[in-house]
Design a protein around this ligand. Structure first.
Ligand SMILES: O=C(O)CCC(=O)C(=O)O
Ligand SMILES: [Fe+2]
Length: 267
């Protein structure tokens, strides 16, 4: 097996192409996984090409990154008949992808133990639309406006499921491999930003999300059938884009928990 890693955007997006004799086998996934782990330590998003995986193969790949999580109770998606870990995302007959996914977010940040990685594979693609956008939260953190830097350093984000429920608290600034830092925010679930003692921090959530998702930090992924995207929910934010009415888009997805738990970082 042969793997080629190319940088698409420095420190943000890489492409990992797998040239394999036996496409889709679990052995191939295993060999590719070591390269994938290394590449993910330096990039928030890895586009894996040439590794068409059945549902079980996607789970096997996820197991090399951490612990795949069973279908979340609060999930919007159907469960794949072959695996309780694989969720099936379908565009709705009226057009758009699931509404929540079109808002900039990081996956399940409203949970006390949010998934670290998400793996998303294209199974059926529309002729037009249905791209996924990613924002480089690590680059945004490195270029944070001075007036926000100090305020956010030890700040705590209060996240809540859009439908309500109890809050989960996570640091706003989180650590990444190699001593890099990132912003852990979500336009879908981040309710407020407070100091460690609970007083309000004067950084409006909407403005912070808008900052991280400025066009200069955004990469648009145009899908090719079989692509597997793997992202680190601590390093990037993402959102789906609409699909035209009558167009079919089907994706398989798993989320994976991985160490270390989300925690504050020191400078
Ligand atoms: O459908 C997409 O492009 C992205 C969906 C999404 O937000 C996810 O899988 O976590
Ligand atoms: Fe998502």
């Amino acid at each position: 097996m042969d793997t080629v890693v190319e940088t698409v955007r420095e420190g943000f997006v890489a492409q990992l192409t797998v040239r394999a004799g036996e496409p889709g086998s679990c052995k191939v996934a295993e060999a590719a996984a070591a390269v994938l782990r290394e590449t993910l330590a330096r990039h928030g998003l890895v586009i894996v090409r040439g590794l068409p995986l059945a549902a079980a193969g996607l789970v096997a790949l996820g197991r090399h990154l951490g612990r795949p999580r069973p279908h979340p109770r609060e999930g919007l998606f159907a469960t794949h008949p072959d695996s309780p870990f694989v969720q099936v995302l379908r565009s709705m007959p009226t057009g758009p992808a699931r509404p929540g996914t079109q808002v900039w977010h990081t996956d399940s940040s409203f949970r006390p133990d949010p998934p670290r990685y998400t793996l998303l594979q294209a199974v059926a693609l529309p002729e037009k639309g249905g791209d996924t956008l990613f924002a480089d939260a690590a680059a945004a953190c490195a270029r944070l406006p001075r007036r926000w830097e100090r305020l956010l350093d030890t700040a705590v984000g209060v996240h809540r499921h859009p439908w309500g429920g109890s809050a989960a608290r996570h640091p706003v600034v989180v650590g990444l491999p190699g001593g890099r830092r990132s912003l852990y925010v979500s336009g879908l679930a981040l309710d407020s930003i407070v100091s460690p003692s609970g007083s309000a921090v004067p950084v409006p959530v909407g403005k912070l999300v808008a900052y991280v998702t400025r066009p200069r930090f955004v990469h648009r992924h145009r899908w090719t059938a079989g692509d597997v995207l793997v992202w680190d929910n601590r390093a990037v934010m993402h959102r789906a884009t609409p699909v035209a009415a009558g167009q079919r888009r089907v994706m398989h997805r798993i989320t994976v928990a991985a160490e270390p738990p989300l925690g504050p970082v020191s400078r």
